[in-house]
Design a protein around this ligand. Sequence first.
Ligand SMILES: NC(=O)c1ccc[n+]([C@@H]2O[C@H](COP(=O)([O-])OP(=O)(O)OC[C@H]3O[C@@H](n4cnc5c(N)ncnc54)[C@H](OP(=O)(O)O)[C@@H]3O)[C@@H](O)[C@H]2O)c1
Length: 337
Amino acid sequence: MNDTMKAVRLHEFGGPQVLRYEDAPRPSAQRGEVLVRVHAAGLNPPDLYLREGYRALPPEWRPNPTFPLILGTDVSGEVAAIGDGASRFRVGDEVYAMVRFPKDLMTGSGAYAQYICVHEDELALKPKGIDHIQAAGAPMSLLTVWQLLIDLGHDEPNPFQSFRHAPVPLAGKTVLVNGAGGGVGHLAVQVAKWKGARVIAVASGKHERLLRDLGAEEFIDHTKTAAEAAATDVDLVIDAVGGANMERFLSIIKPGGALFLVNPLGFSGNEEAAALGITVSSTQVRSNGAQLAEAGRLLDDGIVRVVIDSTYALEWASDAHQRASRGSLQGKIVLIV
Ligand SMILES: NC(=O)c1ccc[n+]([C@@H]2O[C@H](COP(=O)([O-])OP(=O)(O)OC[C@H]3O[C@@H](n4cnc5c(N)ncnc54)[C@H](OP(=O)(O)O)[C@@H]3O)[C@@H](O)[C@H]2O)c1
């Protein structure tokens, strides 16, 4: 096999223009790893945060990687080679994964490339019922939803809070999803629905038809009506947006209910929540092949659908990042390799 490949690499932090399509060394599988020939790579907000050098963090927390760096955690492709000690997959298997998140993002070897090495514990067989584009759109968003709503799946320390995040029962409950049109949000709507919840979706109006198709019973257009003015007696709010004034959701949650935040930085309602008997909880998504295999059955059976906002050829990764920066995504952006 040729020892170079095409990849999109960063030689410095910055805007989308720092993404360079060029030759790079092809990685080789280390112990416990599998070499995957990439068919598609999904975009996620952390790709943009890393491209910019995590500018929103205080300087002492910002990464200081060795350039060049290849971005990308979400991949779907085909096993090309097996490293020593890896035994679960065979050459030719179609697989998908969220790779090395949140650990080891600075290894320099991400999914925006023709090949990537993945530890076999992070890998699952691609659901046969979906193509590589949908499969590459799933891993981070689906694992985020799975770990928030179904099963945390690990005992690692939680960077957001001192206690372990715990999912809550969903059957027969009313669940409001804010940011329901986005990558995490549209999957949260479907997983909550699958678990028997009545779902209220909050998104801008262009997503209404899709979200009703995906199972939302009610729809609130946040550009016209504030969610807290239109909903009441909610058991669980999943805020898949973050940012300012997340405390506003506390007023629509029943006592004993819960508020799950995908992006809790800036939340300041802990005292109010405690007084109201509302649990506020967050977790940081972690790579997990076994969970992708389990959640993949929902994708295979068509119970959960990965919606694709747009696709770009790998060499146009900078255009894909520009699309992501404009926001208002409907589902996922995927690079085709
Ligand atoms: N905790 C974790 O480990 C974890 C994991 C994954 C993602 N995240 C975080 O979760 C957030 C969402 O990620 P994502 O991949 O789903 O992003 P995304 O695909 O960009 O989706 C964000 C969605 O929010 C909607 N939105 C924006 N402003 C809104 C508002 N004021 N009210 C309601 N909806 C609004 C957008 O569309 P409309 O405005 O058109 O409705 C868009 O559909 C990001 O901050 C990400 O960093 C955290």
